[in-house]
Write a protein that binds this ligand. Structure first.
Ligand code: ATP
Ligand code: MG
Length: 616
């Protein structure tokens, strides 16, 4: 049955909601798709729920097509499995915790690795049972520090999560590839520009990880890509090309110099150029080694100082550092911390104070560019003094390297001779070779061909289903409102009856009825006493791709068909309108189904562009 504007549970708003920072949020609220209940917690109104269900349908179809089986776990979970994997503490403030009447502790699932693993362990025991891929489309809960942009980053949100179980790595590779291919099909059908980027693979056995990012200015993820070779990576995952070591013989001896009032790199470089000019070129920030100290807060509550040495022309990137030290959290090194570590001289910290062999014993990790044989100007651990020509591997060592320095446009591509460009995106999906981390923690083993117990190898794959609604809206709107791709539109056709003439309303109903009889869903604007202007504005705001206007022209046997994606209108004989529109909906719908970007890694410009052709 067609929907009717006169009875639809909907109020469109002319004003932007005060808390909306991004277009998708603004428009989804104004067009009556979602309604805020509390920060990061939203109600799906009838139109919004239809779009959400469409995303779910696409995801479900493509998951089923690779043989994954759907199940549904509870959102309310006991804490024990999460204790077994350490995530009860690791998640910290990010999970919603609760007690039952007996005082037992529970949580609202932020993700379900534990439950999937335990259930497979419960039911399966042999290599013959594998491979297995199972998934659910389910509500997740995360007490996000910064819920944002409506349903884009919610505290309650819908995710599709699947897991693959294989007896060995070769099996995992296959399962991973099948999921990756399914994701390409899903995101092509959803209709937005996206790019597949390399992401951080976990420390424990995780080997390969890629993210599907919707390219969007409002995105919180920064990624880099190389126009020459197609390399693309989340900034967290970028690996700096390591230069070759420099031979140590013949390098000048280091010397400590007075450098009064040079607590910053800028003041230091100016001072060096004035007092110790080089023959070959002026000193630059990149000649200095900046040592940054932070405090790590570990999940078990302990705190540990960490020093990071980076070339002075670069900052430490918070996100990159955070990803490296996970699950620990990075906190600032406070005045009190400096007082407690008296050997650290603020502004003049040098390697001599750092590392297991330094005076403080603080763990010291270096940027990969600080290779053996490179000489640096760095702190001498005395106020107003620096050491010049301190050579890595000869005069100082560290406890290891860390990828925490900022990545900048123009940096060398780690794969070819090209340079990197930066862009922003929204994480829409994530495919991840988990390895044996969860299987080991929860003891998921099966008997292999030789009757030997082996630990199962897992993959994990997520799609942000509710986030996708916002993402598609973000990539498909104009100044008038939303513009849905066909597959996601809450209905196929919006039939608008204008004027006072009763015949117009009768005809609009008839058209809607006939469309529905052809399997084409319709929303009829049958409101009496509402001006055509208001009805047009609402139809533009709501964003159904095909709008049929039944109005004055009906007297001459004409109605208007408007394509919301181009905003072009054309007159169609009223008797032809149903077949015309049915063909359009079906034709375009099937084209959208088979068209699409290939989603190749790094193919930023073209990827998904094909999928959204004509939609935006
Ligand atoms: P993010 O980095 O954006 O916080 P994540 O890496 O923590 O996401 P995953 O655990 O990989 O997220 O979850 C799988 C998918 O679920 C993500 O790719 C994303 O699309 C979606 N998702 C994650 N957090 C949220 C949220 N708070 N609101 C809506 N969708 C989310
Ligand atoms: Mg992720």
């Amino acid at each position: 049955m067609a929907l009717h504007m006169s009875s639809l549970f909907l109020r469109t708003l002319r004003e932007d909601p005060a808390d909306a920072e991004v277009p998708s949020h603004r428009l989804l609220v104004r067009a009556g798709y979602v309604r805020r209940v509390s920060p990061g917690i939203y109600t799906w109104l009838p139109l919004g729920l239809r779009v959400l269900r469409n995303v779910e349908r696409i995801v479900r179809e493509e998951m089923d097509a690779i043989g994954a089986q759907e199940l549904l776990f509870p959102a309310l979970l006991p804490k024990e499995p999460f204790e077994a994997t350490g995530r009860w503490t690791e998640y910290g403030d990010n999970i919603f915790r609760l007690h039952d009447r007996k005082g037992a502790e529970y949580l609202l699932g932020p993700t379900h690795e534990e439950m999937f693993t335990l259930t497979v362990k419960d039911l399966f025991s042999s290599y013959k049972d594998l491979p297995l891929s199972i998934y659910q489309i389910q509500t997740k809960y995360r007490d996000e520090a910064r819920p944002r942009a409506g349903v884009l980053r919610g505290r309650e949100f819908v995710m599709k999560d699947s897991y693959s179980f294989d007896v060995d790595e070769a099996g995992l590779d296959k399962s991973y590839q099948a999921h990756r291919d399914a994701y390409v099909r899903i995101f092509d059908r959803l209709g937005f520009h996206y790019v597949i980027v390399e992401a951080m693979a976990g420390a424990m056995g995780g080997s390969k990880s890629e993210e599907f990012l919707a390219t969007a200015e409002v995105g919180e993820d920064t990624y880099v890509h190389c126009a020459s070779c197609g390399y693309a990576a989340n900034v967290e995952a970028v690996r700096v090309p390591t230069p070759d070591p420099v031979p140590l013989d013949g390098l000048a001896a280091a010397h400590v110099e007075d450098t009064p009032d040079t607590p910053t790199i800028e003041t230091l470089v100016a001072h060096l150029n004035e007092r110790f000019p080089r023959d070959d070129r002026p000193w630059a920030a990149g000649d200095t080694l900046k040592n940054v100290v932070v405090m790590l807060a570990h999940p078990d509550g302990t705190r540990e100082p960490l020093a990071i040495g980076v070339p002075g022309d670069r900052e430490v990137d918070e996100k990159r550092l955070g990803a490296q030290v996970e699950p620990a959290e990075v906190e600032a090194f406070t005045e009190a911390d400096f007082t407690a570590n008296a050997a650290l001289v603020k502004g003049y910290i040098g390697p001599g104070a750092l590392g297991s062999e330094g005076s403080t014993g603080i763990r010291y990790l270096l940027d990969p560019r600080v290779v053996e044989g490179t000489a640096w100007v760095t702190g001498a651990n005395e106020p107003g003094r620096h050491v010049v020509g301190l050579v890595a591997g000869r005069d100082f060592t560290a406890d290891g390297t860390i990828e925490a320095a900022e990545v900048r446009p123009g940096d060398a591509c780690p794969r070819c001779d090209g340079t990197l460009e930066a862009a922003r995106g929204i994480e829409m999906g994530h495919v991840f070779q988990l390895g044996r981390k969860y299987a080991e923690a929860l003891d998921l083993k099966v008997l292999d061909q030789n009757g030997k117990l082996v630990t199962v190898v897992m993959g994990s794959y997520g799609v942000g289903v509710s986030r996708a609604v916002a993402c598609v809206a973000e990539g498909n709107h104009d100044e008038l409102g939303l513009v849905w791709p066909r597959e996601l539109s809450p209905v196929d056709v919006h039939v608008v009856a204008t004027g006072k003439d009763e015949e117009v309303f009768v005809k609009a109903e008839e058209i809607a009825r006939e469309l529905e009889a052809h399997g084409v869903s319709a929303l009829v604007d049958d409101r009496r006493g509402v001006s055509p202007g208001v009805k047009f504005k609402d139809s533009e705001l709501i964003g159904v791709p095909t709008i049929v206007v039944v109005g004055r022209g009906l007297a001459d046997g004409q109605v208007e068909v408007k394509d919301r994606r181009t905003n072009e209108r054309r007159s169609v004989a009223v008797d032809d309108v149903v077949p015309t529109v049915v063909a359009e909906v079906r034709g375009t719908a099937s084209v959208a189904g088979v068209s699409g970007g290939t989603g190749d890694t790094g193919d930023t410009g073209a990827t998904g562009a094909t999928a959204t052709d004509g939609e935006a």
